[in-house]
Design a protein around this ligand. Structure first.
Ligand code: HEM
Length: 415
C-alpha cells in the first residue's frame, strides 16, 4: 500500500536523516573535487590521490552513507523487524562520518597515512554490518529480498577488507597482488554491495511506488544465483588465468541483471498507478542504463577490447548511470515520505497539511535529472575523445547539478 506511512518505521528519523545529510554533502564535495581535476579525468588517470579522494567521497561518502541511512529506515519496513539498537546506530553514524572524511581527505593529501582514516571507516562499517545482521536475523519469514540484502552486506565486508589491504599496501608496500586486490575491491564494491542492494530494495520500492499487486517475482532466484555466480567468476578471472573465464563472468552478470529486469517489467505491467512520479521514472531509467552497461561489458569482452581507458570509463558509467542515478531517484521520493510522515502524519485531519505531492517540486526534478543525464553523456564523450574543454564543461555541469539537487532536497526539509 502506498500512503504517507508506506515507508514509516519506528526508527528515530534523526538516524536515517543524519546519514542522508552527510551523504548529500559528500556528493557535492566529490563532484567539485572531480571538477577541479578534470584535466586528469581527460587523460584517463584515475589511480592518483585527487581522484581516489573524489571517488571515495562519492562511493563511500555519498552512495554508501545514503544506502546505510536508507537501510535504517527501510529494513524495518521490508523485514518487519525493528532496528536492533538505535543507540548503536548513532554511534555508528559519528564514527563513520569521522572515518570517511579523514580517510578521503588523507587519500588526496597524504595517501601514505590514509590507512589511519581507513581504521575508523572500517570500524564504522563493521558496526553497521553487526547492526543489520542482528536486525535481519530476527526476521521470521526470510524472502528473496533477505538473500539480496545479506549478500550485499557480505560483499560490503569483503570490499572494506580489500580496501584495508590496499591502504596498507600504499602505506607500507610489500603486497605484490595490489592490482588484483584493487580489481576485486572495485567488483565487490560496485557489483556486490551496491548492485545486489539496489536489486533487493527495488523489489520492495518498485511495487510500492507504482502500486503494483499480484506479481510473482519468479526471476528473483535465478537473478540472485546468476549474478552472484557472475561476480564470483569475475573475481576468479582476475586471480587465475583460464580461457574465457572473464567472458563467462560477463555473460552471467548480464543474464542475472536481465532476469531482474524481467521481474521489474512484470511488476510495472501489473501496476495500478498509471502515471508514475518523475524521480521514480529516473530510478527506472537507471535500471535500463544498468542493463545496457552490462551488455556493453559483454560486447567489449567478446570483441577483445582491452584498452584500460575504455574499461575505466565503463566502470565510471556503471557507477554513475546505474548506481548513483538509482540512488538519486529513490532518494527524491524517500526524503519527502520520511519528512511528511515525521511532520504531518499525526496532524492530518486536525489541521490543513500539505499533501505528499506538494512536498516535491516535480518540474525541478525533471530539470535536475536531465542535467545529470546530459552531464554524464557529455563527460563520457569528452573523455573518450580526450577533449579537455568538453570534460571541463560537463563535469562543471555535473557539479552544479549536484549542488542544485542537494539544495532542492534541503528545501523539502524546511517545508
Ligand atoms: C563501498 C565501498 C567502496 C567502494 C565502492 C570502493 C571503490 C573503489 C574504486 C572504484 C576505486 C578505484 C578508484 C580510482 O582508481 O581512483 C578504489 C580504490 C581504492 N580504494 Fe576503495 N572503495 C570502497 C571502500 C574503501 C575502503 C573502506 C577503503 C580502505 C579502508 C578503500 C581503499 C581504497 C584504496 C587504498 C584505493 C586505491 C588503490 C589503488 O588505486 O592502488 N576503499 N576503491
Amino acid at each position: 500500500m502506498v500512503s504517507g506511512t508506506g515507508l514509516a518505521s519506528e526508527t528515530n528519523i534523526k538516524l536515517p536523516l543524519g546519514f542522508i545529510l552527510y551523504g548529500l554533502l559528500a556528493l557535492v564535495t566529490s563532484q567539485w573535487i572531480l571538477f577541479f581535476n578534470s584535466d586528469l579525468l581527460t587523460a584517463g588517470q584515475f589511480r592518483i590521490p585527487d581522484i581516489w579522494m573524489g571517488a571515495h567521497f562519492l562511493l563511500l561518502g555519498y552512495a554508501a552513507m545514503i544506502a546505510m541511512g536508507a537501510m535504517y529506515q527501510l529494513v524495518p519496513v521490508a523485514f518487519l523487524t525493528p532496528i536492533w539498537s538505535q543507540k548503536l546506530g548513532f554511534v555508528q553514524l559519528v564514527v563513520t562520518i569521522i572515518g570517511i572524511t579523514l580517510f578521503s581527505v588523507l587519500l588526496g593529501t597524504a595517501s601514505d597515512y590514509a590507512i589511519y582514516g581507513g581504521i575508523p571507516v572500517i570500524l564504522g562499517i563493521l558496526l553497521f554490518i553487526l547492526q543489520m545482521w542482528k536486525t535481519i536475523l530476527k526476521q521470521e519469514n526470510k524472502t528473496m529480498i533477505t538473500c539480496f540484502v545479506l549478500a550485499a552486506i557480505s560483499s560490503f565486508f569483503l570490499t572494506i577488507a580489500a580496501g584495508f589491504l590496499l591502504a596498507w599496501s600504499i602505506a607500507y608496500g610489500g603486497i605484490e597482488e595490489h592490482q588484483l586486490i584493487l580489481f576485486s575491491h572495485i567488483a565487490l564494491g560496485v557489483a556486490g554491495w551496491f548492485s545486489l542492494l539496489i536489486f533487493g530494495f527495488s523489489y520492495k520500492l518498485v511495487p510500492m511506488f507504482s502500486l503494483s499487486h499480484g506479481y510473482a517475482m519468479k526471476w528473483a532466484k535465478p537473478a540472485f544465483i546468476t549474478y552472484i555466480s557472475g561476480l564470483s567468476v569475475l573475481i576468479a578471472s582476475f586471480w587465475i588465468s583460464f580461457p574465457y573465464l572473464d567472458t563467462i563472468a560477463w555473460i552471467l552478470l548480464f543474464s542475472g541483471f536481465g532476469f531482474f529486469v524481467l521481474d521489474i517489467q512484470e511488476i510495472l505491467a501489473k501496476r495500478v498507478k498509471k502515471k508514475l512520479d518523475k524521480p521514480f521514472i529516473f530510478s527506472l531509467i537507471a535500471i535500463g542504463n544498468g542493463l545496457v552497461i552490462h551488455f556493453l561489458a559483454v560486447l567489449l569482452n567478446l570483441i577483445d577490447i582491452n584498452n584500460e581507458n575504455i574499461w575505466s570509463w565503463l566502470v565510471f558509467l556503471y557507477i554513475m548511470g546505474w548506481i548513483v542515478f538509482s540512488i538519486l531517484g529513490y532518494l527524491y521520493k524517500i526524503v519527502p515520505f520520511l519528512w511528511w510522515t515525521h511532520k504531518y502524519s499525526e496532524r492530518i485531519g486536525k489541521e490543513k497539511v500539505p499533501t505528499l505531492k506538494e512536498m516535491i517540486n516535480e518540474r525541478l526534478s525533471v530539470i535536475l535529472f536531465i542535467g545529470f543525464s546530459v552531464s554524464v553523456i557529455g563527460l563520457t564523450a569528452g573523455a573518450l575523445w580526450q577533449i579537455g574543454s568538453i570534460v571541463f564543461i560537463f563535469q562543471g555541469l555535473l557539479a552544479i547539478t549536484s549542488l542544485a539537487y542537494v539544495l532542492s532536497i534541503i528545501m523539502v526539509l524546511v517545508k
